[in-house]
Design a protein around this ligand. Structure first.
Ligand SMILES: [Zn+2]
Length: 275
């Protein structure tokens, strides 16, 4: 198994354990590796240390939020030049997150002026910077993850990713509250390339989310499905257990278990592992 989305400490929020504790839990559960995500820090160095210590494949990257000024090509160049495998478009500071009133660093630290980030077609002022980011991702054969951006922005990214020859596109939990896409929108995205993610976090914490709803999203993604835990919260199961729980839940909805297992192992490992 390979968990392509997990959070660990240190972080601006409490986490279930630090990088090493989480890496050891994955090793103990016989996972081949995982992707370490943080909303407010590059995880490249941390992933490298966890990989060295446990012998797993551990990948990191950066999410383009307020700590790096949003869509910041310099942050992307530095991250990818030092071995980062993934660039997440704005997550906690995406404009969608602001509209949905979900947690952000500026809520924790009132002295920060809140900034929300958007890309075309929502905000064309960021066109130039976003295009540079995409060119860098293509050069490094890294993963473009759509973060919490809206469906319209995911569509724009999908088109521009093709233009730049980006081979690895991950639509970040499209059925989550943000961006909140329905199965037909998910299907139309993956039909043009890329993978669509479903997470255990959705199952456990998304208001209104049901196993049946996630099953419909999974069917829409088809062989372009990726399952990840997005765990690491103190009130979620340990990440390896969380990912297995998602597989079991979707299998109970009548979905094929071997397809689900591939979506939590070979499919994401192939997406993130460098050629
Ligand atoms: Zn996450």
């Amino acid at each position: 198994m390979f968990d392509s989305h997990v959070h660990a400490g240190p972080d601006v929020l409490d986490r279930i354990g630090d990088d090493i504790a989480v890496a050891e839990a994955f090793a103990l559960a016989d996972f081949s590796g995982f992707v370490l995500k943080a909303h407010y820090e590059s995880t490249v160095g941390r992933a490298n240390s966890a990989a060295r210590l446990t012998g797993q494949k551990v990948y990191g990257g950066i999410a383009l939020n307020q700590h790096c000024g949003g869509i910041n090509p310099s942050a992307v160049a530095a991250t990818l030049s030092s071995g980062g495998r993934v660039i997440w478009m704005p997550t906690a500071d995406a404009h969608t997150q602001h509209t949905a009133d979900l947690p952000r660093l500026c809520h924790q630290e009132p002295r920060l002026a809140p900034h929300s980030y958007a890309i075309p077609p929502v905000d064309t002022r960021t066109t130039q910077a976003t295009e540079t980011v995409l060119a860098l991702i293509a050069d490094h054969d890294a993963v473009l993850a759509t973060g919490h951006l809206s469906g319209a922005e995911c569509n724009w990214l999908s088109d521009r990713a093709r233009f730049y020859g980006i081979r690895r596109v991950l639509f970040t939990h499209p059925s989550y509250t943000v961006p909140g896409l329905d199965p037909s929108a998910i299907r139309s995205l993956v039909e043009r390339g890329g993978y669509a993610e479903i997470t255990t976090y959705q199952l456990l914490h998304q208001p209104g989310c049901t196993p049946a709803m996630l099953a419909r999203a999974a069917e829409a993604a088809g062989h372009r499905l990726i399952l990840s835990s997005d765990a690491g919260q103190p009130n979620s199961p340990p990440p390896p257990e969380a990912l297995l729980l998602l597989i079991d839940t979707l299998a109970s909805e009548g979905l094929d278990r071997s397809w689900l297992e591939a979506a939590a192992s070979t499919t994401p490992a192939g997406l993130f592992t460098p050629a």
